[in-house]
Ligand binder design. Structure first.
Ligand SMILES: Cc1cc2nc3c(=O)[nH]c(=O)nc-3n(C[C@H](O)[C@H](O)[C@H](O)COP(=O)(O)OP(=O)(O)OC[C@H]3O[C@@H](n4cnc5c(N)ncnc54)[C@H](O)[C@@H]3O)c2cc1C
Length: 476
């Protein structure tokens, strides 16, 4: 991308004419929270941070950037794991943070849909749906701060994918500003619409490299009226796949979530997160957290209880606890959802967000663990995650006092070995967190040349000057 000819001061002056003062952050102090990513891997600089509160302002900003060839970095809640929402170090890019574009435009219970702006926090969207007696199923640990725009742009996954799918499957239509400032008005409450290329699908998951998403029409479901949640101890990962099969056969579509946790995840969470306790009296090697729900008032505890009793009697399950009330249910989920934070507090880590076919999870865990044990003895594998989707956060923590140096020294070799293993299983090197800046090299290495060429052609067609989130997803 061409270096802007006008000086930064002239450009800032011009931005002042475009936006009201409250929509523009120019001082280093005000910009600081927007210039560092959640994992603190990247610390950028920016020409300015814009906080538009209308779609018209986003259009004006993009047209302004397009004309001057200024890089645009869209930002939502800044909870992403791959540095996608952080400006580079040049100080020439404009961060466009969508948090003030946060209206719920419409809820249509009869149509089972709602239209929300990109800056709406996910938890607020879930609450608004519940107030209309409806259910929006995207559910993830960062839901109190991540935004719908970020969820769309990363095609977020989370804890209910097994039943409801990822973000792409939860959307009926999107509204987005294209790099030249034109508005694509694709909001739609239609369930069926086969009229040419599906632009919503293309823009969802594009991580801010094709457009700024400004709103979406989301699918809603009937509000869930019964729930059953169990914390289960098992001997190994093979048992997890067998329990998953049994649950799907006996509980059908009621199974929302199926999470796998190793012993170390419990230990780190109990040690680092106040209020978290080990649900069992004695330690086990592996655990499952699973949840059923239904829009009918059904005795799901009974259904899940029967399945667990049978599986315990046959020796497949070692111990199981059915949540006896909402308090215990939330305690089980807190244990699971605080693992990333506990891992962060425990020390530096090298993270892998991978997926393999569900039936291959045990073999993958066996081979990956053996490799780490042999080649990275100073690391501790903390491999947990959405095993019902074949998605594991196969992270390696470095818990010694020299952890930061250890992680830095071993990162490249470790990442290569794990991603090569993932590739050999026909898996994905990014199951749900995207590519961002962190995995640009990994995508270039593992994606097929045909896919990369098609992606570049799309990028060039929509963003010929390469202003949208430069250096993210595809290398410049
Ligand atoms: C504790 C914790 C748990 C998590 N659990 C999960 C999980 O279970 N599943 C999962 O998928 N992720 C998970 N994440 C990762 C993260 O929360 C998701 O990727 C989320 O969707 C990011 O949303 P955000 O608003 O924070 O986006 P940001 O981090 O601000 O941005 C992410 C990307 O989207 C782009 N972007 C943001 N808004 C827009 C927009 N309006 N238009 C165009 N591009 C935009 C950015 O440029 C960037 O490339 C977790 C994160 C944390 C901290």
């Amino acid at each position: 991308m061409a270096t802007p000819k006008a000086s930064a001061d002239t450009l800032r002056e011009s931005l002042r004419a475009l936006l009201p003062p409250e929509a523009l952050l120019l001082s280093a102090e005000d910009q600081e929270p927007y210039l560092i990513d959640h994992r603190r891997l990247y610390h950028g600089r920016a020409l300015a941070v814009a906080l538009p509160d209308s779609v018209a302002q986003v259009c004006a900003l993009l047209a302004w950037c397009h004309e001057r060839r200024i890089g645009v970095v869209p930002q939502g809640g800044n909870t992403g794991y791959c540095g996608g929402a952080t400006a580079d170090e040049s100080g020439t890019q404009l961060v466009v943070a969508l948090r003030r574009l946060n209206r719920i435009r419409a809820i249509e219970p009869a149509n089972f849909s709602m239209t929300v702006e990109a800056g709406c926090v996910l938890a607020n969207v879930q609450d608004a749906a519940a107030q209309a007696d409806r259910f929006f199923p995207l559910h993830l640990g960062a839901e109190g701060s991540c935004q719908i725009g970020g969820n769309l742009a990363t095609n977020a996954g989370g804890l209910n994918v097994l039943r409801f799918g990822m973000m792409r499957e939860l959307v009926l239509g999107v509204e987005a500003v294209l790099p030249d400032g034109r508005l694509y008005e694709g909001l739609s409450a239609l369930r069926k619409n086969n009229t040419g290329y599906d632009l919503a699908s293309l823009l969802i998951g594009s991580e801010g490299t094709l457009a700024v998403l400004t709103a979406a029409t989301l699918k809603l479901w009937p509000r869930m009226r019964s729930t059953a949640t169990a914390f289960i101890a098992i001997a190994d990962v093979d048992a997890a796949v067998r329990v998953l099969g049994l649950l799907r056969e006996s509980c059908g579509e009621r199974l929302n979530s199926f999470e796998l946790l190793p012993r170390i995840a419990i230990e780190l969470t109990v040690r680092h997160i106040p209020g978290v306790v080990d649900p069992f009296d004695k330690p086990h090697l592996w655990y499952l957290l699973c949840e059923l729900s239904s829009a009918e008032p059904e005795p799901l505890d009974e259904l899940l209880g029967q399945m667990l009793t049978g599986a315990t009697e046959s020796g497949l399950i070692l111990e199981a606890l059915l949540a006896t009330g909402e308090r215990q249910r939330l305690a089980f989920w807190k244990l699971r959802e605080e693992i990333p934070e506990a891992q962060r507090r425990a020390g530096p880590s090298v993270k892998h967000d991978i997926s393999v076919p569900v039936a291959a999870v045990p073999a993958f865990v066996r081979e990956g663990s053996a490799w780490i044990k042999q080649h990275v003895p100073e690391g501790t594998l903390v491999g947990y995650g959405h095993a019902g989707d074949g998605n594991l956060h196969f992270n390696v923590s470095f818990l010694r006092p020299t952890g930061a140096a250890d992680a830095k020294r071993r990162e490249a070799e470790l990442r290569r070995a794990i991603h090569d293993l993932v590739q050999s299983f026909g898996g994905s090197i990014s199951a749900e967190h995207g590519i961002g800046r962190l995995k640009v090299g990994e995508l270039a290495r593992y994606a097929s040349p045909v896919k990369l060429a098609a992606m570049r052609a799309i990028k060039n067609a929509l963003d010929p000057h390469g202003i949208m989130n430069p250096g993210k997803v595809l290398s410049v």
